[in-house]
Design a protein around this ligand. Structure first.
Ligand SMILES: [Fe+2]
Length: 186
């Protein structure tokens, strides 16, 4: 776990020259039903890998590909097998309570911001406690918790029901990973 966190922080700080797609801490079928294996095969196995490969080969828009790889490495690091009552713990819980009072209020604010996104993008909880969005891809250094809002992340499993997609994301967030990010970078 420590090595994973270190790697994540290097990515977060933009220290890696050659990019790589980080290994998953779970099997591709283990996030179901929140995320199906088919979506993981495409999203992680093909799409995220393509950003990495194209950046390393110098193909296409380097900035776009680097940001795409960067964001997907953060995204897939944050997941774990689904569980009931998967509520924030540790530093993540303290952070959410401090900025939003309750987990429900946080989820509500997060959903509101996410649903306001037009087109492709990302929504994330930032280090200052605000919920921010990213248009397409962009490297940011203040990400605490990140959700992919591109169509490829939800369309296969949820058609157009993005609310449901987001609700199910909360079942697979690894709050220890979020706490580690908060703890190590302070
Ligand atoms: Fe994605």
């Amino acid at each position: 776990m420590d090595a994973e966190i270190k790697r994540y922080l290097n990515i977060l700080e933009g220290k890696q020259e050659k990019l790589e797609l980080n290994k998953l801490n779970y099997d591709r079928n283990e996030l179901a039903p929140a995320i199906s294996k088919d979506t993981m095969d495409y999203h992680y196995g093909k799409l995220a890998q393509t950003y990495v490969d194209r950046f390393n080969k110098g193909e296409g828009d380097a900035k776009f590909n680097k940001a795409g790889a960067f964001l997907h490495n953060i995204l897939f690091f944050q997941y774990q097998k689904p569980s009931r009552n998967n509520n924030p713990s540790g530093k993540a819980s303290e952070f959410i309570t401090k900025h939003f009072k309750t987990f429900d209020k946080f989820k509500e604010a997060f959903a509101k911001e996410a649903m306001s996104i037009q087109g492709s993008g990302w929504v994330y909880l930032a280090r200052n406690g605000k919920i921010k969005t990213i248009v397409n891809h962009e490297v940011r250094d203040d990400i605490v918790l990140l959700i992919d809002w591109w169509e490829h992340a939800w369309a296969l499993d949820y058609q157009s029901d993005k609310q449901k997609y987001l609700e199910n994301q909360w079942k697979i967030i690894n709050w220890n990973a979020i706490s580690s990010t908060l703890g190590l970078a302070e």
